[in-house]
Write a protein that binds this ligand. Structure first.
Ligand code: HXC
Ligand code: NAP
Length: 291
């Protein structure tokens, strides 16, 4: 068995209907594939219907599951209402909302136009708010219980990070929403959780966060104590557990899946990793002499 094997029993999500925003590519696609393999019906949604339909067709034939593509710009509340109606009509009551859609790019903050900043806030924070409000209000109105929302955030939601400030601000807001509603809406039978992934290579993220020569200059694996980036199945395993009934007691939690990356950046003396073994002997002698 290896860490990239599929973790849950085959029927772990049977009977569940799941909506994955941004499900046409990258991590959303990987999670969708595993949800289908575990017996769920999945609706994938984003702006680009052609891309979504190609993914839905590919994953349906690969898994034999039912994958429904529906276009929706999560920035627009009316489009989210319409997307929700279409999914309920096609697949029946929804059990899980996975807020995965995002927009991001690197830039010195002083170079950002007001519209550039707003664009990221609108996709990440407002988009998550729009979906959460539409789905949550419906669940409350229809008294549907045992439902949950999983939000994909980042570790800089709690550390902050330069050069991706609109994303950091937005993901921090999503984290606050996760924790707030985990308490407020538990009485309606809803759970809210989040995953903060470390580096998981995807075309969407790599093109925008490590463009051109940066990908050679900054190898993300070098920042991870475990010495590697994540594999999509590792994230899919965790997400499937969290949205399934096995995760029924998990509420308000953020699980970091990053091989220790953010802690390495945070620990004040972790840079001493760079000191070779032989030098430690010399340093020890110097310190003991001082005593
Ligand atoms: C500065 C930029 C810019 C850049 C766009 N803008 N890219 N400014 N540097 N690289 C500015 C534009 O000039 C414009 O401002 C405003 O942002 C909106 O740009 P549009 O192209 O009109 O927006 P839109 O078509 O809506 O596209 C949104 C997008 C795009 C975010 C810019 O990249 C996108 O569609 N992204 C979706 C997928 C994505 O980003 N995936 C990566 C997620 S990775 P003006 O003022 O000129 O009008 C992720 C990982 C986090 O989140 C953690 C990793 C460890
Ligand atoms: P990705 O493939 O670019 O995924 C982003 C998705 O969001 C795309 O499918 C995109 O589809 C959709 N989207 C963007 N704007 C939208 C909008 N306005 N309305 C609806 N959908 C929209 O990148 P990814 O790496 O898989 O990222 C997935 C999630 O993981 C994001 O939340 C990201 O912040 C998070 N994350 C990723 C990493 C990583 O290392 N990859 C690390 C930490 C966190 P359309 O273009 O068709 O709309």
């Amino acid at each position: 068995m290896t860490y990239s094997d599929k973790m849950l029993r085959d029927d772990a999500l049977s009977g569940k209907t799941i909506v994955v925003t941004g499900g046409g590519s990258g991590l959303g696609k990987a999670m969708t594939q595993y949800f289908l393999e575990l017996g769920a019906k999945v609706a994938i949604t984003s702006r680009n219907l052609e891309k979504l339909q190609a993914t839905a067709d590919e994953l349906s034939s690969l898994t034999g599951g039912e994958c429904f593509a529906v276009s929706c710009d999560v920035r627009e509340y009316d489009q989210v209402v319409e997307m929700h109606e279409k999914v309920v009509e096609k697949l029946g009551p929804i059990d899980v909302l996975l807020n995965n859609a995002a927009g991001n790019f690197i830039s010195p903050t002083e170079n950002l136009s007001a519209n550039a900043f707003d664009t990221i806030i609108d996709i990440v924070l407002k988009g998550t708010k729009n979906c959460t409000l539409v789905f949550g209000k419906h669940w409350i109105k229809t008294k549907q219980k045992n439902v949950n929302v999983l939000n994909i955030i980042t570790t800089y939601a709690f550390t902050g990070s330069g050069y991706v400030v609109p994303s950091a601000v937005s993901k921090a807001g999503v984290l606050a929403m996760t924790r707030s509603l985990a308490v407020e809406w538990a009485k309606y039978g809803m759970r809210f959780n989040a995953i903060a992934p470390g580096p998981f290579p995807t075309k969407g993220a790599w093109e925008r966060l490590l463009p051109g020569p940066l990908v050679k200059k900054f190898d993300p694996a070098k920042k991870v104590p475990l010495g590697r980036v994540g594999e999509h199945q590792e994230l899919a395993n965790l997400a499937a557990y969290m949205v399934s009934d096995f995760g029924a007691y998990l509420n308000g939690e953020t699980i970091v899946l990053d091989g220790g990356e953010w802690l390495k950046g945070a620990g004040q003396f972790n840079m001493l990793d760079k000191i070779p073994k032989a030098m430690w002997t010399m340093l020890r002698k110097i310190m003991l002499k001082k005593k």
